[in-house]
Design a protein around this ligand. Structure first.
Ligand SMILES: Nc1ncnc2c1ncn2[C@@H]1O[C@H](COP(=O)(O)OP(=O)(O)OP(=O)(O)O)[C@@H](O)[C@H]1O
Length: 258
């Protein structure tokens, strides 16, 4: 078992922004969270992370309601990479990655020897080992994004929730990052805008539209031409030109959103 949302809703400013969404992550698999701007992806991700509470419905971790668990216990299991990382003015790259270890430490206890190993491993996995001493504020947007991923890996989570982690990344780093995520032995939910990246790297995808879950299944099941037209308002051709078993989505024009 892992993270599950059962009919969760959330309102903001009196408006329903998530409406009765039920979703179970697949243990060890990468689930893509898709949907147009404002469809509720970040909100759902934050509910699953326990950062926001649902107005109704419940989120559970291994069957236990998240609201009944200690923050630290949730943080030992679930790592989150949000879109906008805070500006941590005077920290180095390694300092930021070390923040990932905080949930594993007893209050006021110094870092245990194994801690630094986890930090080093995370820096190496994200190709940042030679940047460890660089001040965070001097990094480019893409480098900051990778440091946030390294921080999440240093946390050694079992569930990893990523909100548009490929933003700011050049194409090679986008592929590197999603390949890394796909190889990790963790349960992962990743919000993405690029349907082709989702089709390439996700085992399972979930599609939101205006706060509702409209489809979930394999990329082939969910990313149909009709559904792409309905949800995104574009005309697309879905095929498998590379014969790699993954759908390729070619957008051919603006359509009408139902
Ligand atoms: N605190 C808030 N107050 C008012 N409205 C909010 C608040 N938080 C979210 N919303 C609204 O809820 C809707 C869903 O927002 P959310 O950020 O979850 O969407 P998203 O799918 O992640 O969008 P994007 O792809 O643009 O990042 C949006 O219309 C947003 O304006």
């Amino acid at each position: 078992m892992t993270l599950e949302a059962d009919r969760v809703s959330r309102t903001a400013d009196g408006r329903l922004i998530l409406d009765g969404v039920s979703l179970g992550l697949r243990p060890g698999a990468v689930t893509g969270l898709l949907g147009p701007n404002g469809s509720g992806k970040s909100t759902l991700l934050r509910l699953l992370a326990g950062v926001l509470a649902p107005a109704s419905g419940v989120v559970t971790l291994d069957g236990d309601p998240l609201h009944g668990l200690h923050r630290r216990d949730v943080a030992r299991r679930v790592a989150v990479v949000e879109q906008q990382a805070d500006t941590l003015v005077e920290l180095t790259v390694a300092d930021v990655v070390r923040l990932g270890r905080i949930p594993h430490r007893r209050a006021w206890a110094p870092a245990a020897p194994g801690e630094e190993k986890a930090v080093q491993a995370a820096l190496e996995r994200t190709g940042l080992a030679d940047r460890a001493g660089q001040p965070w504020r001097t990094l480019s947007g893409g480098e900051r994004q990778r440091v946030q991923i390294a921080r999440a890996l240093a946390q050694e989570p079992r569930e990893l929730l990523l909100d548009e982690p490929t933003n700011h990344l050049d194409i090679q780093h986008q592929l590197d990052l999603l390949e890394l995520v796909a190889e990790l032995p963790v349960t992962c939910l990743v919000a993405l805008h690029d349907l082709n990246l989702a089709a390439m790297y996700c085992d399972h995808v979930v599609l939101l539209d205006r706060g509702r879950l409209v489809a979930q299944g394999t990329p082939w099941e969910v990313l149909t031409e009709g559904r792409i037209a309905d949800v995104y308002g574009v005309r697309a051709v879905v095929g498998d030109p590379d014969a790699n078993g993954r759908p390729h989505i070619r957008v051919v024009g603006i359509g009408a959103r139902r």
